[in-house]
Design a binder for this molecule. Structure first.
Ligand SMILES: *Cc1c(COP(=O)(O)O)cnc(C)c1O
Length: 341
């Protein structure tokens, strides 16, 4: 069977495959039973990530969803509520986990590409009144997926952190793509991490590991989180093979995220010049969200697919996501296909 040029995968940064050196790191990993606390590779990943963000401890979880959910279950009691964006992953894309796992409700804030302000949070925090739930957690997503990889304003995050401390709320970061943010802004992870009580970081997005997320927080918080992870079925035995891939990604694949951002900007530029594109969201990291002309969505997706470019519709939008499986040649190819559309 002759194989034409392989398709350009722009549907998500979760489609990455381990590189050869990552596979070597996995094969050479020292492992043990992590539920018994005896897997040195898992421990190395947790220690490395916690130190990176200036937190006391880390917990390796099989997915970003579990890492977010474990964190929320640890922070919340049934009947309490989480303040988050109307488009937040924890609200929209985790199978209703906040209610199912934590028995909690959400207070959704209208957002600017996934971002809201400290003033909005201040107004949303419920008063101490038996009629209403207790607002316990504020959760932000940085970068914001549905916002087209939008980056939060550092000062606004600082103001929300300050408000949370003053009002006694916990502050959670869904940092599935926080490394994209930090590479784009050039900020120090420790400095940024200091704002949050808990942080979830995905290793399986643009960083290119096959699976896993790390949850970060204080020693006490992670001790509690470990029990919740076990209860949810996320206690894994020789998980070190996978953790080694995650650690390899954190050491070797962070700087190169710049390339993904450059590729996304190139795609956005081509789309902005296209007469059939109605809107392109500002492209700040590795996600490009754009809207083709009314009624053109299906034709766009199909034509792209015919030319070997895989893209996903998101309501009336099309989403392109760049990652380590997309090369400069691939981007040039996509730009050529766009010119024919
Ligand atoms: C991908 C993602 C997650 C976690 O997803 P999993 O597929 O469960 O690893 C969480 N939050 C955001 C914003 C994401 O993009």
């Amino acid at each position: 069977m002759s194989s034409p040029v392989s398709p350009v995968e722009l549907r998500s940064d979760t489609f990455t495959r381990p590189t050869s050196p990552m596979m070597v790191a996995m094969m050479e990993a020292e492992v043990g039973d992590n539920v018994w606390g005896e897997d040195p590779s898992v421990e190395a990943l947790e220690v490395h990530t916690a130190a990176m963000f200036g937190k006391e401890a880390g917990l390796y979880c099989p997915s970003g969803t579990m890492s977010n959910q474990v964190s929320l279950v640890a922070h919340l009691r049934p009947g309490e509520s989480v303040i988050c964006a109307d488009t937040a992953h924890i609200h929209l894309y985790e199978g209703g986990g906040i209610s199912a796992n934590a028995g909690a409700s959400t207070q959704l804030l209208r957002s600017d590409r996934g971002r809201f302000t400290a003033t909005q949070v201040d107004e949303a925090i419920y008063p101490d009144d038996p009629h209403v739930p207790i607002s316990t957690v504020v959760a932000i997503e940085d970068t914001a997926n549905r916002g087209g990889g939008a980056i939060w304003d550092t000062r606004e995050v600082g103001a929300i952190a300050e408000l949370c401390r003053r009002r006694g709320l916990k502050f959670h970061l869904d940092g599935a793509r926080v490394m994209n943010r930090l590479v784009a802004t050039g900020e120090c992870p420790q400095q940024y991490g200091s704002h949050f009580d808990s942080i979830s970081i995905c290793l399986s997005k643009g960083l290119g590991a096959p699976m896993g997320s790390v949850l970060l927080g204080s020693k006490d918080f992670i001790h509690q989180a470990e029990r919740i992870r076990k209860r949810m079925g996320g206690g894994m035995r020789q998980a070190g093979y996978m953790a080694a891939a995650g650690l390899y990604a954190l050491v070797n694949h962070v700087d190169r995220l710049k390339e993904d951002h450059r590729h996304a900007t190139q795609l956005a530029k081509a789309l902005l010049a296209h007469s059939d594109v109605v809107e392109v969201l500002p492209t700040e990291t590795n996600i490009v969200l754009f809207r083709p002309a009314e009624g053109e969505l299906r034709r766009w997706i199909d034509t792209l697919a015919e030319h070997g470019v895989k893209a996903a519709p998101l309501g009336p939008w099309i989403r392109f996501v760049t990652h380590l499986g997309v090369s400069q040649q691939d981007i040039a190819r996509v730009v050529m296909v766009l010119e024919q559309l």
